[in-house]
Design a protein around this ligand. Structure first.
Ligand SMILES: C[S@@+](CC[C@H](N)C(=O)[O-])C[C@H]1O[C@@H](n2cnc3c(N)ncnc32)[C@H](O)[C@@H]1O
Length: 211
């Protein structure tokens, strides 16, 4: 069972080695999220920004704000912003995705690569993401979606017993996202696309409908 305490503990452990382990293997999803999320001249929120690996992938005319629950991860993101002189990053802050300290409709887009399988309350986080994006704006998610059946589903189910230690849920079903979209009259699914490596990850683009 994941909760914020476990997430913080887990990412305090991951932070020193995160880039070494995940920079390359998760790169295609970050690139896809940045390509779909960049809004030159606009402002984009990166939820669960982690060590900031996706920040340099955005067009520099896109203003970026990053938030994360883990301060050790954020410190690395801050260092990356300095090292790469990312002047389009307006701020990085410790914040919970279920309680965003931004007004309604503040961002042109929200991206969250590899985050929804990690947050303990995905539906509450999705509600907040939808609240802070402008009508007509987009929420862009990249996640591993559980296989549902077959040997991969068995493996995911077995790995799920270690969710708290891993810091994510390997068995995350699409229905969490699909049911939330179906139940929310203010959003619609624009795109669902499998990504490299091996189609293991899925990009979802969700529009907050214009009012
Ligand atoms: C797998 S990492 C992804 C980081 C980055 N987006 C990337 O692509 O490398 C997941 C991140 O989500 C953060 N996270 C988990 N739960 C969160 C929450 N409730 N609010 C904000 N961030 C959260 C973790 O601290 C971690 O940095």
């Amino acid at each position: 069972m994941l909760d914020n305490k476990h997430v913080k503990k887990s990412y305090a452990r991951w932070a020193p080695v995160y880039d070494l382990v995940f920079a390359l293997v998760l790169r295609p999803g970050r690139k896809a999220a940045a390509a779909a999320g960049e809004r030159p001249g606009g402002r984009v929120l990166d939820v669960g920004v982690g060590t900031g690996l996706e920040l340099p992938m955005f067009d520099r005319r896109t203003k970026l704000v990053g938030i994360d629950l883990s301060e050790p991860m954020l410190r690395r993101a801050q260092r990356r912003v300095g090292a790469k002189a990312l002047r389009n990053v307006e701020g990085l802050a410790a914040m919970d995705a279920t309680r965003l300290a931004f007004p309604d409709g503040h961002f042109d887009a929200v991206v969250a690569p590899y985050v929804l399988t990690v947050v303990p309350e995905p539906e509450a986080s999705l509600n907040e993401l939808a609240r802070v994006v402008k009508p007509g704006g987009e929420i862009i998610l990249v996640n591993h979606v559980g296989a549902g059946t077959g040997p991969m589903a068995w493996l995911e189910s077995w790995l799920s017993t270690c969710s708290a230690e891993l810091g994510w849920r390997p068995e995350f079903p699409w229905s969490i996202l699909g049911d939330w979209i179906d139940a929310n009259p203010h959003v619609r699914l624009l795109e669902r696309r499998r990504l490299a490596p091996f189609g293991l990850f899925t990009l979802a683009r969700i529009e907050r409908l214009p009012t």
